[in-house]
Design a protein around this ligand. Structure first.
Ligand code: GLC
Ligand code: GLC
Length: 814
């Protein structure tokens, strides 16, 4: 069953039923001010950091599941009836409900009793505020005397503290109301220099800022006393729970429409200029008032919205494809690219599943996110790389994550994940391939942010590489440390204490357990580093790296191959993990995918055999599961992976993040049919008709789909913030469609399904627009290129002379 449909022309997903299986969300903002918004207007806003600068409150894991939002109530003042045009929170019956999730905006509307109301929510570019454009239309034959109420609940900034420290928080809430604008200023009187504001374009009939006054005792957001009675209390919050609600009356003639604008924004003042007058405790609003005035001016919201549209036109215009498959087109051209922006911005911090307080920006995650983002805003990718590298430790290792506001690494979820450093090499190489900006490598970057420790970024990459060489285990494979890509394969943890973190507990000295995955990653990253070194004129170093890579390949072939597939690891007893010798967890996807994509043993046909085993043992109609057989019980020596019930998450769930590794592996052995088939199995758009099973949004990837061992096989969870976004984008654009960035130019090497007659693509690359047309004349993957009419050798389109605007490439596949 479908709960809506794609509107590809407008680049929107249109939800037509408010009670979707799960909240289907979207993001507002793409620079510094962000919001999450669900199809029923649930969600919250924050400035830069979802934990430390939370602007509005949200109640995770509540019932109903999506609670706290940007709510509007419409009240018929003649009958006393009231409803929310976004269905929540009143859940009153609506006609013609729709939610259009677009790129950086969401429009929610409906009709009730002949009154139509729709709200467009978005964050203007370069501003720290969101606009709610509410349009109310009277379709009745008579005058409608209506009231509109807005409602938000302020968060007392630190979302973690806000949801736990009530003994303090119930006494500190403070607001100011001036000229119809509600200012939230909790803690502004002492150490904070930021506040938020909530403004309305219309003259107010009243307002409320104290939650209890607005809702009334023992009432919830579904039936606030103020809305029911049609009378605001003009309450001023002192302590308890500050909220923001405006009340405006709008009498409408038959057929008449009116727009009411609300602005919710974040603002900082310099410390010395916090108050006006200076010796008072009143917020200095000198810089804020002009912003409010500007965005409440009638045409401004539309102008700002147009700018946002153009911004996305331009970003998405960088890579557009036209293939025979509508789901491929839709994901590549719109939604997957859009999701890559969200994962770049949020890392794994704030979604419907990530509470915004648990995880900052991950070292591994953020580097991988670059694969899908770097072509969009390379300048921001560059900045991110430098920020990440600055948290690298002098050993070459890394903190597993850092808080975006402070940009400092933290040990909250541990460090010593021995794969981490290599992702920096891959992030940097993706940037260099995209931009050709080799100056990045000369940037001076500190270790662990320590002043005086600055070294060229290139040296950071070297240390990343050496980190593994300094930590080899008994078989010559990399020691796993706390875990590798699979956070839950905790081979040095041995935790038997309830509640203990698998991510920070280590009971072993870590000198035995090895990871074949890191070995594969080392091969891939090492080859890139060798090419980078070569480009810097460091031929000797380059050969050194290559020698180490070859050695590692040999080690994998000797100690990391199980006969039919790649092994996964060796545990702390030196026993195999992911081997036919194991009773459970005989075969894992990660090493099959990653070693294949890295080309380990390509000449001896190992990837082809490993991939054949994947097809036989791991592939399901809903995607490829992480391992088989699932662990049926807890294995002390394996850690968190076996803590999950079979079929979920890392214990044999379909972890969508690593499916694209298999897809790329399939392209490397020339199997376009298999690659695209796997791509389609987890493609959210292709899964739209089974929304009742899939349950998550049909327009973005989820981290996980329940595996075949789970009773809910096919059900997705953890949508939006996952490495799945970047990896699928990378796999389909660069490997299946084969429009691949490289240091010296753009490579065209498609490995597409046999029954595709071809496809077209346009790709902006280093300032030049490449128009690419691929035509199939035979069933294979042998490609011949014609560039601007002239045939060339090989598959690398050389960089055109400076000043060239467009290049036309004709590729023939036979
Ligand atoms: C999550 C983490 C990612 C990890 C993966 C597998 O997606 O964000 O870093 O690699 O889980 O455990
Ligand atoms: C990753 C894994 C998850 C694990 C978490 C620990 O996100 O997907 O299963 O619990 O890391 O931080």
């Amino acid at each position: 069953m479908n709960y809506g449909h794609f509107d590809d022309h407008n680049r929107e997903y249109v939800i037509t039923q408010p009670d979707t299986p799960l909240p289907w969300i979207n993001y507002l903002g793409c620079q510094a001010y962000f919001g999450i918004i669900s199809n029923t207007a649930g969600g919250y806003s924050f400035y830069r950091d979802a934990r430390l600068r939370r602007i509005t409150r949200y109640r995770y894991n509540n019932a109903p599941g999506d609670f706290g939002g940007r709510y509007i109530y419409v009240r018929d003042d003649d009958s006393g009836e009231f409803w929310s045009p976004s269905w929540q929170p009143t859940q009153a019956k609506l006609e013609d409900y729709f939610c259009r999730h677009g790129l950086g905006y969401t429009i929610i509307g409906s009709r009730s009793n002949g009154i139509e109301a729709r709200t467009r929510y978005f964050v203007p570019l370069d501003e720290n505020l969101e606009i709610w454009q509410v349009t109310v239309t009277n379709h009745r034959q008579r005058v409608a005397n209506l009231s509109v109420f807005s409602a938000i609940e302020f968060c007392l900034w630190d979302a973690q503290d806000d949801s736990t420290n009530f003994q303090r928080n119930f006494s500190i809430g403070e607001v100011e109301i001036e000229g119809g604008v509600i200012y939230h200023k909790t803690e502004y009187r002492e150490r904070r220099n930021h506040f938020s504001f909530f403004a309305c374009s219309e003259e107010l009939t009243g307002f409320d800022t104290q939650r209890e006054a607005f809702l009334g005792p023992y009432r919830g957001w579904g039936n606030p006393a103020v809305v029911e009675s049609g009378k605001s209390r003009n309450s001023e919050a002192h302590g308890w729970a500050p909220v923001g609600s405006h009340h405006v009356r709008i009498p409408l003639n038959p057929g008449e429409s009116r727009q009411v604008l609300f602005l919710l924004g974040y603002q900082e003042n310099p410390r010395q200029e916090k108050f006006d007058p200076p010796d008072s405790l009143i917020i200095n609003k000198k810089t804020t008032k002009p912003i409010i005035a500007r965005y409440l001016a009638p045409a401004m919201a539309d102008t700002a919205f147009e700018r946002l549209r153009l911004y996305w036109d331009e970003l998405l215009g960088l890579c557009q494809v036209e293939t025979p498959d509508v789901h491929t087109n839709r994901m590549v051209n719109i939604w997957n690219a859009y999701q890559c922006m969200a994962t770049f911005n949020m890392s794994r911090s704030a979604s419907f599943y990530e509470s915004g307080i648990g995880r900052g920006l991950g070292f591994r995650d953020s580097n991988q996110d670059l694969l899908g983002f770097v072509h969009m805003v390379p300048g921001r990718a560059r900045e991110r790389i430098l920020d990440l590298a600055a948290t690298q430790l002098p050993t070459g290792g890394a903190y597993h994550q850092y808080q975006p506001l402070t940009k400092r690494g933290n040990n909250d979820i541990g460090s010593g994940f021995n794969d981490d450093p290599h992702w920096l090499i891959l992030g940097v190489s993706a940037y260099l391939k995209e931009t050709g900006d080799w100056t990045l490598l000369d940037e001076l970057v500190p270790y662990d942010n320590a002043p005086g420790s600055e070294k060229p970024l290139y040296e950071h990459l070297e240390r990343s590489f050496r980190y593994t060489l300094d930590r080899l285990g008994p078989h010559g494979l990399p020691l796993i440390g706390r875990a590798d890509w699979n956070d839950c394969l905790n081979l040095n943890c041995f935790s038997d204490t309830p509640g203990q973190s698998f991510q920070t507990t280590t009971n072993k000295d870590g000198k035995v357990a090895e990871s074949v995955f890191i070995a594969g990653l080392f091969v891939l990253a090492g080859r890139e580093l060798a090419r980078i070194a070569c480009h810097r004129g460091l031929a000797a170093e380059s050969s050194c790296y290559l020698a180490e890579v070859l050695k590692m390949e040999t080690t994998i072939r000797e100690h990391g191959w199980d006969g039919e597939w790649f092994l996964r690891a060796y545990d702390d007893f030196g026993r195999k993990v992911g081997s036919k010798e194991n009773a459970e967890g005989k075969i894992f996807i990660e090493t099959q995918g990653f070693c294949s994509l890295a080309g380990v043993g390509l000449k001896d046909g190992l990837p082809a055999r490993a991939l054949e085993s994947v097809r036989r043992l791991l592939a399901t109609e809903h995607g490829i599961v992480l391992q088989q057989p699932a662990y049926s019980k807890y294995y002390l020596e394996l850690g968190e992976i076996s803590s999950y019930p079979p079929g979920y998450k890392e214990n044999a769930g379909i972890f969508c993040h690593n499916n694209p590794w298999v897809m790329i592996g399939e392209t490397r052995v020339g199997n376009g049919d298999a690659a695209h088939d796997y791509y389609s199995r987890i493609n959210p758009s292709a899964r739209e008709p089974i929304s009742d099973i899939h349950r998550c949004e049909p327009y973005v990837y989820a981290q996980m789909i329940a595996g075949r061992d789970a009773p809910t096989h096919g059900e997705a969870k953890n949508s939006w913030l996952t490495g799945t976004a970047a990896w699928n984008y990378h796999a389909v654009t660069q490997w299946i469609l084969g429009v691949r960035t490289d240091y010296e130019g753009l490579r065209i090497e498609p490995v597409i399904p046999k029954n595709w007659p071809g496809f077209r693509a346009s790709r902006k690359f280093r300032g030049v627009c490449y128009h690419i047309e691929v035509q199939r004349t035979g069933p294979g993957n042998v490609v011949s290129l014609e560039v601007d009419g002239a045939p060339i050798q090989g598959n690398l389109v050389p960089l055109p002379p400076a000043g060239t605007k467009t290049v036309t490439v004709k590729a023939t596949l036979r």
